[in-house]
Design a protein around this ligand. Structure first.
Ligand SMILES: Nc1ccn([C@@H]2O[C@H](COP(=O)(O)O)[C@@H](O)[C@H]2O)c(=O)n1
Ligand SMILES: C[C@@]1(CO)OP(=O)(O)OP(=O)(O)OC[C@H]1O
Length: 159
């Protein structure tokens, strides 16, 4: 078994959609990035790539490549799942936290889990998503950005 961790931050700005876990969340601001800036999926992908010793998302999907401009991070997650399968890994479980002052994530978490489980080809029971504020402190507390952390376990498949 192999463990991996991921962390990502994106800035909140007007005129962008707020996409988290593949869910389009109605909100006055969205996250800025080269892709759809889905900070939750980015942290999860980095955890998975880290556990497999395959580097990070910037290595696989450079933010200088126009191919990834505006891309749905769900598509990137499907690609990461294929890489893991080719290397002989199965996902044991994933646990992730979204750190955001607002909006409330709780109503959207079931759909986020479904989207991510479908992209990875695993049951929803292997994915947990949590949310927390930082009690008004720091950049997330001021609503300047959203952060996400993830940890995962990969199982090496036997031939
Ligand atoms: N953006 C968020 C933040 C939190 N939640 C939910 O509220 C609970 C309490 O959060 P605290 O930061 O005050 O401890 C938390 O456990 C989440 O269930 C949320 O849905 N969206
Ligand atoms: C996801 C990628 C895709 O080009 O772009 P961004 O949306 O800017 O996100 P970031 O977390 O900076 O990771 C880099 C890239 O892999």
């Amino acid at each position: 078994m192999r463990v991996g961790m991921g962390y990502d931050v994106h800035k909140l700005t007007e005129g962008r959609k707020l996409i988290l876990g593949g869910v389009d969340i109605p909100w006055e601001k969205g996250l800025l990035g080269h892709s759809d800036a889905d900070v939750l999926i980015h942290a999860v992908m980095d955890a998975l790539l880290g556990a497999a010793a395959l580097g990070d998302i910037g290595k696989h999907f450079p933010d200088t490549d126009p191919a990834y401009k505006g891309i749905s991070s769900i598509k990137l997650l499907v690609h990461v799942a294929e890489l893991l399968r080719k290397q002989g890994y199965a996902v044991g479980n994933i646990d992730a936290t979204v750190i955001a002052q607002k909006p409330k994530m709780a109503p959207h978490i079931p759909q986020m889990r479904k989207n991510m489980a479908d992209a990875l080809g695993i049951p929803e029971s292997k994915i947990n998503i949590k949310a927390t504020t930082e009690e008004g402190l720091g950049f997330t507390g001021r609503g300047e950005g959203i952060a996400s952390q993830a940890i995962c376990l990969l199982i090496e498949k036997q031939d």
